[in-house]
Ligand binder design. Structure first.
Ligand SMILES: [Zn+2]
Ligand SMILES: [Zn+2]
Length: 425
C-alpha cells in the first residue's frame, strides 16, 4: 500500500468515526447500509440514497467542517436531525428597518457572510444571498421571517460567490427581481467568454497551466448560479423603507460594478465588500475598457469618506463606526503595496514574480490556495496597472512573456499622486 492509499484509508476511517458517533446518539433506529465513500468527484459532498460521497480534497478540512458537512447531508435522510446543523443562520435586528442575516460558512477563510433584509414600504429587499451551499437554509429561514410579506427585490452588491450563491434558489422560492450593476453583469459575460475560449486570455496574463485550469473551474462553477436574468442598476436608484431611504451608490474597485446602499439621513452604509472591519478588500484587475481597478477603489474610498457614514453594515464581520480611521488604514495599505509592487518589478519580472514579492495577509504567495493565488495575481496586476498609468512601471514583451520593470521614476512622487486622488472630491 503506497502513501496515498494510507492517507485515503485514514481519511475514510475518520469520516466513518464521525458517522458512527452521530448514529450512536441514538436518534436513528435504522442503520441499514448508510455509508461514506471517498471520491474524486467535483462536488465537495453529495448524497445518493443512503451513501454520502465525500470529495478527497476534503482531507485537509478541519474536523468540525467534516462533521458539519456530514451532518448536513444526513439531515436529508433524517429530518429530525436538523438541530445538528442549526445555528447556521442567525437573524437579528440592527435598525428599525434592517435585519442582519448572518450565514455561517465553516471551512472558508471568510467564515461567514452577512446579508441584510430591508423592510420596504411595500415588501422586503434582501442585500446579497450567501454561498450556494447554504441556499436551502436561507430559503427556509426567510420563509419564517417573511411570514406573508413579499420578497420583492434582491440587490447583489457584486458578483462573488459568497454574495450571489443563493440567487437561483431564492428566485425559485420567492420570484424577486434580481438587481446588479450593469458593469457587474458585463463581468459575467467576460467570464463566459473566457470559459468558451478555454482560458486563452488567462495564458497571456502569465498563469501556468494548473492555475489556469483552477480558474476556469472556478468560473464554470460560478456561472451555474450566475446565469439568471438581472435588472441592471446604474447608481442613484432609491428604495424607500419603513424608516428611511436607501440609495444605490456604486463603489467600483473590489469589482468593476460593486454597489453599496446608503441612507444619507441616518448616515448608515451597507458596504458589501467595499469596506470591511477586519479584512482589506481584494482589488482585482478586470479587462474592462478604461477600468483602472486600484484607482477606482481609492476613489470609491474617498467618495465613501465624503458621504460621511457613521455606521457601516459590512458583508463580513461586525457593524463598525470608526470609518475614517479604517479608510486611512486602507489608503496606507495600498500605498505600501504599490511600493512593494514597484520594488518587485525592479529591473524586470513577470507577473507571478511580482506577486511573490508582495506580502499577502493570508501568507506567502506560494502557500496560498488556488483561488487566493488567482486573486493575488489579479490584485498584483491592479497595482501594476496603476503604476504603469502613472509612469512608475513599464510593461514590455520579451519573447512570449510580459515583463514588468520600474522606470526609475522616484517613488516619493507616489505620495503626491495619492494625495491628489484624495483631494479630487
Ligand atoms: Zn467580494
Ligand atoms: Zn465577500
Amino acid at each position: 500500500m503506497d502513501v496515498l492509499d494510507e492517507e485515503l484509508k485514514e481519511f475514510q476511517l475518520k469520516l466513518e468515526a464521525i458517522l458512527k458517533e452521530f448514529l450512536e446518539q441514538g436518534r436513528v433506529e435504522v442503520y441499514g447500509n448508510l455509508r461514506i465513500i471517498v471520491t474524486s468527484f467535483d462536488k465537495i459532498a453529495c448524497l445518493k440514497g443512503n451513501t454520502i460521497y465525500v470529495n478527497i480534497k476534503m482531507q485537509t478540512y478541519p474536523d468540525f467542517v467534516l462533521r458539519y458537512i456530514i451532518a448536513h447531508k444526513l439531515v436529508h435522510l433524517f429530518p429530525e436531525w436538523v438541530d445538528l446543523i442549526s445555528g447556521l443562520i442567525t437573524i437579528g435586528r440592527v435598525l428599525e428597518d434592517v435585519l442582519r442575516v448572518r450565514v455561517e460558512h465553516p471551512g472558508t477563510y471568510i467564515g461567514h457572510v452577512n446579508l441584510y433584509l430591508l423592510e420596504l414600504e411595500d415588501g422586503k429587499l434582501l442585500v446579497d444571498t450567501g454561498f450556494r451551499q447554504t441556499a436551502e437554509e436561507l430559503v427556509r429561514s426567510l420563509r419564517d421571517v417573511l411570514r406573508g410579506s413579499r420578497l420583492r427585490e434582491v440587490v447583489l452588491t457584486h458578483i462573488h460567490n459568497d454574495h450571489t450563491g443563493g440567487v437561483r434558489d431564492l428566485r425559485a422560492a420567492f420570484t424577486p427581481e434580481i438587481m446588479m450593476h450593469q458593469q457587474e453583469i458585463d463581468v459575467i459575460g467576460f467570464m463566459r467568454g473566457v470559459v468558451e475560449r478555454g482560458g486563452d486570455q488567462l495564458r497571456t496574463l502569465g498563469l501556468d497551466e494548473r492555475l489556469r485550469r483552477d480558474v476556469l473551474d472556478f468560473f464554470r462553477f460560478n456561472l451555474q448560479h450566475l446565469s439568471v436574468d438581472y435588472e441592471p442598476l446604474r447608481g442613484g436608484e432609491e428604495f424607500a423603507s419603513v424608516a428611511g431611504k436607501w440609495r444605490v451608490v456604486p463603489t467600483p474597485g473590489h469589482t468593476p460594478g460593486h454597489v453599496t446602499l446608503y441612507d444619507g439621513e441616518r448616515r448608515v452604509l451597507i458596504s458589501g465588500d467595499h469596506l470591511l472591519p477586519n479584512e482589506t478588500s481584494n482589488v482585482s484587475y478586470y479587462p474592462v475598457e478604461g477600468y483602472d481597478a486600484l484607482r477606482s477603489y481609492l476613489r470609491s474610498l474617498v467618495l465613501t469618506e465624503s458621504l460621511g457614514p457613521e455606521l457601516v453594515l459590512p458583508a463580513h464581520g461586525e457593524p463598525f463606526r470608526n470609518v475614517k480611521e479604517r479608510i486611512d488604514y486602507l489608503l496606507a495599505h495600498h500605498r505600501r503595496r504599490l511600493m512593494e509592487a514597484m520594488a518587485g518589478a525592479g529591473r524586470g519580472s513577470d507577473l507571478v514574480g511580482v506577486a511573490r514579492s508582495i506580502s499577502w495577509s493570508r501568507g506567502h504567495f506560494d502557500m496560498l490556495g488556488p483561488i487566493d493565488r488567482w486573486l493575488a495575481v489579479l490584485e498584483t496586476l491592479a497595482h501594476l496597472q496603476f503604476l504603469i498609468n502613472e509612469g512608475f512601471v513599464e510593461a514590455r514583451l520579451e519573447g512570449e512573456k510580459v515583463l514588468f520593470a520600474a522606470t526609475g521614476r522616484d517613488g516619493s512622487e507616489l505620495d503626491r499622486i495619492l494625495h491628489k486622488i484624495r483631494g479630487e472630491r
